[in-house]
Design a binder for this molecule. Structure first.
Ligand code: NAP
Ligand code: ZN
Ligand code: ZN
Length: 347
């Protein structure tokens, strides 16, 4: 056991503050990583404030982790001390069920182990995430990253990147399609970059007028201000596919109306409050409404390789860990360009 510095929330209403946790000694299949950068996902905030329920305290969030390997167990094949390595939203799964065998560990039929607030198979307690100096993870859930890209820009790919890449690939979004990305935050800005790189015509659907220029710089062809009825009317019945990344309560029906006949809207944003959707809003126009959870390990590696080949990284604001509580407040206001990333040297 090694004592590791971390930042934790002790309850739903207390700010994150320094805390020490214990990481296990690497087992023969484990990789020990010194964390260099960790991205700040809105799921961290939902969890810390117990907005979805089920948070175990102290809670140490963070699942967009990049770092350098310090030690490996003697059965580890793909990593050695000194290598770069990354960890995303999962640190384990059963590896035996049909979904795990297909590389869809995020849908493990026995429940995947989240990087934080998951059931730790080793300690019997809860898992602690990347707002910490070190992490120990079984090799199969550790990813390879390129040494040619800025590490702070790579970190958010581990959640925001894969969470948008996976549904865009699953629903075959590409050339000839009209795609709407709803919400320009961490997930949304990766959604714009990836959908544009797949050849789709991309429209940013945002409630923040100040984000129009950035949306276009990130690759969006069009911008629709969702507070402006005239602009909304123009895109009713327009999109083949909409990716909804919004973190707060919003009216799904308004966006379903923007789908063309047989269009699909996929939710990745996870507001804590349930939505009301009349069946008629799906029946008319044969619309589909779906959801998608992060991505499996093979697809996460595929996405990292794709981003390395195509020179795609996240647009980040690197922060000192002492700024994390202010960063959360800014995230709630939609004031992030477009992902906070903690420089772990500040811990
Ligand atoms: P984020 O950076 O805070 O971005 C959310 C964006 O939603 C904001 O930038 C804003 O964009 C829009 N928004 C916020 N409040 C709104 C409101 N009241 N009405 C309309 N739009 C609003 O968050 P994120 O890290 O991208 O995460 C987004 C959501 O995805 C969270 O709920 C998170 O938990 C969830 N998530 C899901 C998965 C998954 O596997 N499915 C993975 C990661 C995260 P505009 O200013 O452009 O409108
Ligand atoms: Zn996340
Ligand atoms: Zn499984």
């Amino acid at each position: 056991m090694a004592a590791t510095k971390a930042y934790a929330a002790q309850s739903a209403t207390t700010p994150l503050a320094p805390w020490n946790l214990d990481r296990r000694e690497p087992t023969p299949h484990d990789v020990e990583i010194d964390i260099l950068y960790c991205g700040v996902c809105h799921s961290d905030l939902h969890t810390v404030r117990n907005e979805w329920g089920g948070t175990v305290y102290p809670a140490v969030p963070g699942h967009e982790i990049v770092g350098r390997v310090t030690k490996v167990g003697n059965h580890v094949k793909r990593f050695k001390a000194g290598d770069l390595a990354a960890v995303g939203c999962m640190v384990d799964s059963c590896r035996e069920c049909a979904n795990c065998k297909e590389g869809l560990e995020q849908y493990c039929l026995n429940g995947m182990v989240g990087t934080y607030n998951g059931k730790d198979k080793y300690s019997g307690g809860v898992t602690y995430g990347g707002y910490s100096k070190q992490i120990v993870v079984t090799e199969d859930f550790v990813l390879n990253i390129s040494d040619k890209q800025p590490l702070e820009g790579v970190a958010p790919l581990l959640c925001a990147g894969i969470t948008t890449y996976s549904p865009l690939r699953h629903w075959n979004v590409g050339k000839g399609q009209k795609v709407g990305i709803l919400g320009l935050g961490g997930l949304g800005h990766m959604g714009v970059k990836l959908a544009a790189s797949f050849g789709a015509e991309v429209t940013m659907l945002s409630h923040s007028p100040s984000k129009e220029a950035d949306a276009k710089r990130l690759g969006a062809h069009n911008f629709v201000l969702t507070k402006d009825e005239t602009q909304v009317k123009k895109v009713n019945g327009y999109f083949d596919f909409i990716l909804d990344t919004v973190s707060a309560e919003h009216d799904y029906n308004m966006y379903l109306n923007m789908l063309a006949t047989s269009g699909t809207m996929v939710c990745v944003g996870a507001p804590p409050t349930p939505a009301q959707i009349p069946a008629f809003n799906l029946i008319m126009g044969r619309r589909s409404l779906g959801g998608s959870l992060i991505g499996g390990i093979p697809e996460t590696q595929e996405m990292l390789d794709y981003c390395a080949e195509n020179n795609i990284v996240s647009d980040v604001e690197v922060i000192d860990i002492k700024y994390i509580n202010e960063a959360y407040e800014r995230m709630l206001k939609g004031d992030v360009k477009y992902r906070f990333v903690i420089d772990m040297a500040t811990l």
